[in-house]
Design a binder for this molecule. Structure first.
Ligand code: AG3
Length: 290
């Protein structure tokens, strides 16, 4: 008997993987949580039927959501991760010895427990003494924070269902207030090929609040369309010009996707995206690389 799992990306498109077995299956208080073992991509974490991570390609997402903002910041000491209960973003943060405080706010404690058990390579950092975990709603948590973090990473699920509030202007205003004067925020912003509109809305919402907003891309084979995006917004830093070059080069010896050249090139957007973004009559590309 053959077992196949499909995540439908639209009524007409899906990603299908051949499965060895189902390892875990539970309805938590927040969502449906499943862990499958696939033949080619290792274990897969699904939330509400959507692929969150696979053992084989999770490094791309976690390295890119973490190292780009950290190397663009002059001297980050404190970081807040909203979501990210699997621990992959924490693992990457721990590669930066200068970080003194890593706070993780995850709404679903059962994601943390299941990943500790079934994804040890991803979740290994969650027990580090620098890491403080809170199981609560990030939207509520952030309201009480004032200039308390250098970097905030929004490592959420898709902008539908329970996570929708993590993509709204009111939340981004709270994120702005929670950041120090040189603060940077990064959010995952979906597949810009699958939905250019969603990506553009996130960009616009952040740029209505932050002085500098940009977007970068990465290739993640098990996410819809494979082309994934992130939006980075900062109070002062330029995401390319302020990259700490030597530091990024050294870091590149310990990563599988990120390096200083990828850091720069990831911000080069194809025309179907860059033409959506203009700033004072200048094209986005000229504006970013001027
Ligand atoms: N969060 C983003 C996953 C989005 C994938 N969407 C989908 N398969 N429809 C991943 C969290 C990893 N820490």
């Amino acid at each position: 008997m053959e077992l196949w799992f499909t995540e439908k990306h639209s009524p007409n498109i899906g990603l299908t993987l051949k499965i060895k077995r189902c390892i875990f299956h539970k309805k938590t208080s927040c969502q449906q949580l499943d862990i499958l073992e696939s033949l080619d991509y290792g274990k897969i974490l699904l939330l509400d039927g959507l692929v969150m991570i696979t053992e084989r390609d999770e490094f791309v997402y976690h390295e890119m959501i973490t190292h780009v903002p950290i190397t663009a910041h002059p001297d980050p000491k404190s970081i807040l991760i909203i979501g990210g209960g699997d621990g992959g973003t924490v693992r990457e943060c721990l590669k930066h010895a200068g970080l003194e405080r890593i706070d993780l706010v995850e709404i679903d404690g059962e994601v943390i427990d299941a990943c500790k058990k079934f994804f040890p390579e991803v979740s290994q950092g969650l027990n580090d003494p620098k890491v403080k975990i809170r199981v609560e709603d990030g939207i509520k948590f952030i309201k009480g924070q004032h200039k308390n973090y250098d970097i905030i990473i929004i490592d959420s699920t898709d902008p539908i269902g329970p996570a929708v509030g993590l993509f709204e202007k009111t939340f981004y205003q709270d994120v702005f207030n929670a950041l120090n004067t040189d603060g940077i925020v990064v959010t995952q912003s979906g597949s810009p090929f699958q939905s250019t509109e969603t990506w553009l809305n996130i960009f616009k919402n952040l740029s209505s609040i932050f002085p500098k907003t940009s977007s970068y891309l990465a290739f993640i084979p098990t996410y819809p369309s494979g082309l994934w995006s992130f939006v980075l917004a900062s109070k002062t830093a330029h995401p390319i010009k302020d990259m700490r070059y030597d530091y990024a080069r050294q870091l590149g010896a310990r990563t599988k996707y990120y390096n200083h050249a990828i850091h720069k090139s990831a911000f080069s957007l194809p025309n179907f995206l860059s033409t959506q973004l203009t700033s004072n009559g200048q094209t986005y590309i000229d504006h970013l690389h001027e």
